[in-house]
Design a protein around this ligand. Sequence first.
Ligand code: NDP
Length: 451
Amino acid sequence: MTKEDLMVIGAGSGGVRAARIAASHGAKVAICEESRVGGTCVIRGCVPKKLLSYAAHFHEDFEDARGFGWEIETPRHDWSRLIANKDQEIDRLNGIYIKLLQNSGVQLLNGRGRIVDANTVMVGDEKIHAERILIAVGGRPFKPDVPGADLAITSDEAFHLEQLPERILVVGGGYIAVEFASIFNGLGVQVDLLYRGDLILRGFDDDMRRQAEEELTSKGINIIHEQTVSRIDGESGELKVSLSGGDVHDYGQVMYATGRSPYTWDLGLENAGVKLAENGSIPVSDDSQTNVPSIYAVGDVTDRINLTPVALMEGHALADSLFGGNPRLPNHDAVPAAVFMHPPISTVGLTQDEALAKYPKLRVYRSRFRALKHTLSGRQEFTVMKLIVDDASDRVVGIHVIGVDAAEIVQGFAVAVKAGLTKADFDSTVGIHPTSAEELVTMRTAEVVEA
Ligand code: NDP
């Protein structure tokens, strides 16, 4: 039996960060992984998704180039080459993650970790005794229980399709659904997006949601609202999908993007008495401790804010607190986020509805315009920007952008929101001309909204 200060289960973003930082503070650390080191984000999430998203956007770039004088023969896309190149890059990153662990002196065990008791984990035949255990196992795609759902893919399989279908149904209206709808659409696939509600991207600011639907629709994505899948028949490549409204459609593929479930089954959590929430996630205190004092959890498995940079923050703060003599809490306020649809949405702080629930009077600044580039490209794509200001304090409490480079813009402005800067601070900042971002420091006309 080996003895460790920290045993980490799951080598994704949160687990690897916690392991490395704990080791750098002098702790003896082991980490186990049943799949590939790097986790969802690196292996089958953010990184490969963004590479596919770049690939899909070239479609528009070729079209836009014409307005700038370029004559381009109809370009042809090679999906197999894209996937091979993407896989090569993921292999490289996987290697870097393994090296990072090795260089920090963390022992990497290949295999699934199962908890035996509050201080013991089994990985295969190996028994590890640890002062503390960290669960960082992330989540897995969730498919609703519908007849024939096993014929449908999730984002996991979408990264490895042998060929693109002519027509696809993407089910869901959240991050993954709209991002993949844009990817497939850009690569020439006919896309239907099926959402059970009346406006996609629930939880985002309503102005962004409306604009998102307008943009996706104008690019040729067919959004079907207020319906679900009743059943799927056929075989892979030739699927018949019956919708709750009674229509039956043919698709080459169906992709579920209906959320992700915390990956807490078959981990032996019951052996140590770790409590789970109703949705299977592990509730933790502010410092990421479970109800069992020696067991901690970070990242998506805790279902706080399910984003890689948040898992990194949680893992890092935990390692500093336990082993670095620097107790500190992760801070989940004003976490910026982006949806990499075409065009992207990015946001930091409160939506208008959230702000109204907190502050009695708001000033809302809105701007809708075509980016300079599209005056020549002719593309009818609009950028919408929105600043939400608490009237009493003048603080900017929310920023929402949909348009080219939204995520790159909002990352910078997130510092201002996090720092609690006021609209007067924004007004006194000189813009960079000509950019889209300058709009965020030049908006002067507000709509007053009261609770
Ligand atoms: P989301 O929770 O964002 O969206 C799930 C969608 O599926 C919602 O539209 C939801 O509808 C719908 N849905 C849920 N259950 C059903 C059902 N039974 N039948 C029909 N529709 C259903 O999950 P995703 O899978 O898109 O992404 C998972 C998480 O991964 C995200 O929450 C995000 O934290 C993270 N992520 C982040 C990305 C980024 O930062 N760019 C990219 C991708 C993922 P309703 O709105 O009605 O609940």
